[in-house]
Design a protein around this ligand. Structure first.
Ligand code: ARG
Length: 491
């Protein structure tokens, strides 16, 4: 599945390539002037363009730019700043630009600094004189903020939907896992047995918070900045609230300075994505361990593993490793963006152009990671014998032995010491834990039975616990959460 946007982290070379007008290009597409040429006697230096253009990455917002412009044009017509004929001419040209963009026939030229200037240039070519009125009472500062909020509304929803798919696969695998159990770990040391279903759903619950966070971020950013102008609004009778409603925004800005300088929503989105990346990295790390020869808890499907160029026997968990590794990049995107925003004076500063690449990259990387992990987990084979053999190690019953004594009235601290001494003895080779427990009059044969294979997991009975008795309630709440989220995500 190809992402719906273009590759990010592009360079000046990409810009020169994409604006390298072919020899047979009709004159109407030939290079124009910058939007701001009137104030300047000379043209821009190549080094300035090389350093400042954002077209290679912000063209991914072309659809949002056209939607924002169309709403702006309808708004100008509503308040009488455009005639019906002018309105129709510009809207028709915007439709044509959309067709050119979607069919990849749009010709970019060297004076196109960003997607906003490219679209406006082409509209003026197509709509004639009326095109010159498109930018009335608007600045690229409110325009870019509008585009980016529209982009986020769509893309954050699609990230949340893909996470929902991963949560569904975790549920399916949990349902299929039945009573299979494995060691639960603390400090990566075997601690107590837990159901495989319980372990899988633990990640599903973390992802549920991610979905919730994305939706909360999305509803907070659902505010239209269109009409804030460059920074201070307009002397013309524009209708920002009408434009907000036209674009499907839940509300409209109250303060023009805040509207054009606020990038909290980008920081929040990039944080949400970084935290998703961290959750995926934790899943990834476990699968690296689980598929190792040492653990042998799971086997990857051939389609979701890679081989080695030199070692013929290798089958490597590269998806899981990259889910772990790329979380570094997602954290980097967040810290880089926060550093960019820190100390910026009101209102718009060109620094803000640095919001896009981290955002686009984080979205792209999370979508790719979620899809790959979803397929990897859906197709992997668990190895219950290995999991259960590891969990049946006698000492993982130690807490249950202490709790046996607690039920008989022994204070937990004393019980801990009694059982701890038996564990020390068994590890020193003085006999099996089962035999030592059976021979201790404070414990005896009933307690010794707790050391048997498969017993420990059944002892985890309290609410939200890791055993089969508590599982139906958890499954039920998980399914309810999934149904609620499917609803919220429009699935
Ligand atoms: N490419 C710019 C950005 O992403 C668009 C806004 C430019 N505004 C300006 N006043 N130069 O921020």
């Amino acid at each position: 599945m190809a992402p719906s946007w273009q590759t990010t982290f592009v360079t000046w070379r990409d810009w020169t390539d994409m604006t390298d007008t072919p020899a047979d290009t009709p004159d109407e597409h030939r290079d124009g002037k910058t939007l701001w040429h009137g104030r300047f006697a000379g043209g821009p230096a190549e080094a300035l363009m090389a350093y400042t253009v954002s077209l290679p990455f912000d063209r991914t917002m072309w659809r949002d730019d056209i939607d924002g412009s169309a709403a702006h044009v309808r708004g100008l017509a509503r308040v009488g700043l455009l005639s019906q004929a002018e309105r129709d001419a510009i809207l028709g040209a915007l439709d044509d630009v959309a067709l050119e963009m979607s069919s990849d026939t749009f010709v970019f030229v060297q004076s196109d600094e960003d997607i906003h200037t490219a679209v406006e240039r082409r509209v003026t070519e197509l709509a004639g004189a009326a095109g010159g009125k498109l930018h009335t009472a608007r600045s690229r500062n409110d325009q870019v903020a509008t585009d980016l909020r529209l982009w986020c509304k769509r893309e954050l929803l699609s990230v949340a939907r893909s996470i929902h798919d991963l949560q569904s696969v975790l549920l399916e695998r949990a349902e299929g896992a039945g009573d299979v159990y494995l060691p639960g770990y603390t400090h990566l040391q075997r601690a107590q047995p837990v159901l495989l279903a319980h372990h899988l759903l633990a990640h599903g619950w973390a992802l549920a918070r991610d979905v919730d966070r994305l939706l909360a971020t999305r509803s907070r950013l659902d505010v239209s900045p269109l009409g804030a102008g460059a920074l201070a609004g307009s002397s013309l009778p524009i209708d920002p609230a009408g434009n907000a409603a036209d674009l499907g925004f839940a509300s409209v800005f109250d303060n023009s300075l805040d509207a054009v300088s606020d990038r909290d929503f980008v920081a929040e989105a990039v944080f949400d994505l970084a935290l998703i990346g961290i959750h995926l990295s934790r899943i990834g790390e476990e699968w690296v361990l689980w598929t190792s020869g040492e653990f042998g808890f799971a086997k990857l499907d051939d389609g979701y593993a890679t081989g080695s160029s030199m070692l013929p026997q290798k089958k490597n968990p590269d998806i899981a490793e990259l889910a772990r590794g790329k979380s570094g990049r997602l954290i980097g995107n967040l810290t880089g963006l926060l550093a960019t925003l820190k100390g910026l004076p009101l209102a718009y500063n060109r620094d803000l152009q640095e919001d896009k690449e981290p955002l686009f990259d984080s979205v792209e990387q999370v979508v790719l990671a979620v899809a790959a992990l979803t397929g990897m987990i859906a197709t992997a084979t668990f190895v219950p014998e290995r999991m259960q053999a590891a969990a049946d190690e006698e000492t993982t019953a130690a807490t249950d032995l202490a709790e046996y004594l607690v039920r008989a009235g022994t204070p937990f601290r004393d019980a801990h010491a009694i059982v701890g001494a038996h564990v020390r003895a068994t590890l020193a080779g003085e006999g099996s834990l089962r035999d030592l427990v059976a021979a201790d009059s404070r414990l005896g044969p009933d307690a010794a039975a707790l050391v048997g294979p498969g017993v420990g997991v059944r002892m985890r009975t309290s609410r939200g616990a890791a055993g089969p008795a508590a599982m139906p309630l958890q499954m039920d709440s998980y399914r309810k959460m999934m149904a609620r989220d499917a609803d919220r995500l429009g699935l």
